[in-house]
Each structure stands twice: as C-alpha cells, then as structure tokens.
Ligand binder design. Structure first.
Ligand SMILES: Nc1ncnc2c1ncn2[C@@H]1O[C@H](COP(=O)(O)OP(=O)(O)OP(=O)(O)O)[C@@H](O)[C@H]1O
Ligand SMILES: [Mg+2]
Length: 223
C-alpha cells in the first residue's frame, strides 16, 4: 500500500443482514483506541445508504463520496449498478480506498476497516464478487461475519467449503446475534467447532460491542 502503513480488515458476510456493520463499527471503535482508523463501505445498495453514514461517523475526516457506489434500489449491487447504467469497478474501489488511506499518512497502528455489500459471493458486477474485491485488497485480514442464529451451521459449511475451493479462506469468523435471536442462539459457536466446520474467534451477544477477543487476535496476527 504505497503512501500508507494501514493494515486492512475486510469484513465479509455469509449474507445480508448478518451483522457486518455491527461488527465493523465495534472493531473500528476498539482499534481507534490505539491509532487512526478508517471505516469504509465502498458499495452500498438501498437508499439512504445508512451503513456508509454510520461508519463515516467514526472516521477522523469525512470521506467523500461515501459510499463510492451509492446505489438506491435495495437489490444486488451488480443489478442496481446495471439499472443505473454503471459498472462497479474493483480498480476504482482500490483507488478510492488508497486515496483515503494516504490521508492517514504514516501513523502507526492505523487500520482500514472495509465492509462489503451482502455476502462474500454476492456479485458486484458480471466480472467480480466481494471475493474478488477482497483479493484485490490484499494484503488484508479477512473477517467473515455470520449470524448466531438457526441456519448458520449450514451457511458456514457452505461458505467455508466454497472459499476453500476458491483458494482463500477467511482469517477469522465472528458470530453476531441480531436480536431477538432464536433457540439456537448461544449454541452455534460450540457446535460449529465440534462439527469441525470452523472455530469462531468471537461471538457477540445481542447488544454486545465487546470485540476484545477479536482485537487480541488481530494484534497477534500482526506481531
Ligand atoms: N450483536 C448484535 N447486537 C445487537 N444488534 C445486532 C447485533 N448484530 C447485528 N445486530 C443488528 O441486526 C441488524 C443487521 O445487522 P447489520 O446491519 O450489522 O448487518 P449487515 O450484515 O451489515 O447488513 P447489510 O448486508 O445490510 O449491510 C441491525 O439492526 C444490527 O443493529
Ligand atoms: Mg451493513
């Protein structure tokens, strides 16, 4: 990353509404205790683009434009872009992110937290999914967020199998519990582990903003 010493955390999801923004904000706040943090949402569908606004509230300076691709219909990014006669270009996203990072300069302990739109294999264009965007953002830590809810054993089995086949697994998995939860909430992390699907690094209960375990894990990765 020329011009910046920022480390990147790419927040991927097993789907939409799984807790990516909740986790991204909590992580950005926690990392912000030790250095400057940028929290970015390059592509957002569904006006009024509240994820970008919520993330931007944590930034040391207002990021403009944010999101880079502000697509109004609440549908898949590739389709919303097509309806707006646009194409979501990975190269433009990288350029936009790098430009923001360069404003952070050489500050030590700086991070860029990047929330993707929808699920890890959601299409951004006919040519690229969030997976390809995450690859283009390397070197980066990949955090896969999944809901602590019924269905997550299947969702994470599918995601981990597909990502292994694609040759790049997430570096960490975090569960988040959108309220009100269900009968499985609280059981899923242990079951994912016992079934050999994945060992989640952290599980955020409803209302929980405590990402200390995840931050420790990130610091260990960097040392
Ligand atoms: N641990 C949690 N505690 C309280 N609320 C949560 C938690 N996790 C998620 N939520 C809530 O669940 C809803 C969906 O979460 P969130 O918006 O973070 O999902 P997302 O993956 O970012 O969705 P999108 O795909 O639309 O970007 C939000 O209202 C959020 O506040
Ligand atoms: Mg979100």
């Amino acid at each position: 990353m020329p011009g910046s010493k920022s480390r990147r955390l790419v927040v991927l999801g097993t789907g939409t509404g799984v807790g990516k923004t909740h986790v991204a904000r909590a992580v950005a706040r926690a990392l912000g205790q030790s250095g400057p943090v940028l929290a970015l949402k390059p592509v957002e569908t569904g006006a009024p683009h509240s994820d970008a606004r919520e993330l931007d509230a944590l930034n040391p300076f207002p990021v403009k434009p944010h999101p880079l691709y502000a697509l109004d219909p609440p549908i898949s990014p590739h389709l919303a872009a097509r309806q707006a006669s646009q194409i979501v270009e990975i190269a433009s996203i990288i350029q936009w992110i790098s430009a923001q990072e360069s404003l952070l300069g050489d500050a030590p302990e700086s991070w860029t937290v990047i929330e993707t739109a929808g699920g890890v294999l959601s299409p951004l264009s006919p040519a690229a999914r969030n997976f390809e965007l995450a690859l283009a953002l390397e070197p980066a830590e990949w955090l896969l967020v999944a809901p602590d809810a019924l269905g997550v054993l299947n969702q994470l089995s599918l995601a981990m199998t597909a990502l292994a086949k694609l040759g790049r697994k997430p570096d960490a998995v975090v569960l988040s519990s959108p309220p009100p939860g269900d009968a499985s909430t609280g059981t899923n992390a242990a079951e994912l582990s016992a079934l050999g699907i994945v060992d989640p690094v952290a599980c955020l209960k409803a209302g929980d903003q405590d990402v200390a375990e995840l931050i420790r894990w990130l610091r260990r990765r960097g040392s």
